[in-house]
Design a protein around this ligand. Structure first.
Ligand code: ADP
Length: 196
């Protein structure tokens, strides 16, 4: 299995690139943001709880997202691998993911981390808010809070995977195609050398 973590701050292009990557590689896309938004739309107790945090730009508690990912891993058998998007977002989530993947004997293959400047992030998120219908993209205070959460809690996840030499930084500015090609080049190289 090839298990990829696409990492980066809010607005770094994880969603856009994930769509293209799953089309090319056939990986199963697991976006905790998308999973949480479907819980909200279905008005489930989990969604109602998660929304309180998401509306403020705060991370949803670890146990909620870890439970969601655990079920998603169980539901998807016989696939070439997973693409994790927006997860793990804390070192505790990273440790939980490693344990879950241990059971499948299919560790994280690589973390590709998109690098984008802060001004560019805010600009992209405000533009996305005009069409995405996402309430957390329309308020600049909430956008800034999400970026602060990224620095305070999520950036450390890259350090976690760095200790296993699994992190590759990818320049996340340029055209969508240019960035996709940078990601694909790294994936192709690693897929070719991965011991199955
Ligand atoms: P973005 O990357 O633009 O912030 P996402 O769709 O990944 O968008 O996430 C939206 C919101 O969902 C986050 O601000 C956070 O509140 C919540 N969320 C998503 N994934 C996680 C996670 N792994 N842990 C905690 N909260 C999460």
């Amino acid at each position: 299995m090839f298990n990829l973590i696409l990492f980066g701050p809010p607005g770094s292009g994880k969603g856009t690139q994930s769509e293209k990557l799953i089309a090319r590689y056939g990986l199963k896309h697991l976006s905790t943001g998308d999973l949480l938004r479907s819980e909200i739309n279905a008005n489930t107790p989990l969604g109602i709880e998660a929304r309180k945090f998401m509306d403020k730009g705060q991370l949803v508690p670890d146990e909620v997202v870890i439970g969601m990912i655990s079920s998603a891993l169980d539901e998807n058998k016989n696939i070439p691998g997973f693409l994790f998007d927006g997860f793990p977002r804390t070192p505790a989530q990273a440790e939980a993911l490693d344990k879950l993947l241990d059971f499948k004997k299919a560790p994280v293959s690589v973390m590709l981390a998109l690098e984008v400047s802060e001004e560019e992030l805010v600009k992209r998120l405000i533009i996305r808010g005009e069409t995405s219908g996402r309430s957390d993209d329309t308020n600049e205070m909430v956008i800034r809070a999400r970026i602060a959460e990224y620095h305070n809690k999520t950036a450390a996840v890259a350090d976690y995977y760095r200790q296993f030499n699994k992190v590759v930084m990818i320049q996340g500015e340029g055209t969508v195609t240019e960035i996709f090609n940078r990601l694909a080049e790294e994936i192709d190289r690693r897929m070719a050398t991965q011991v199955q």
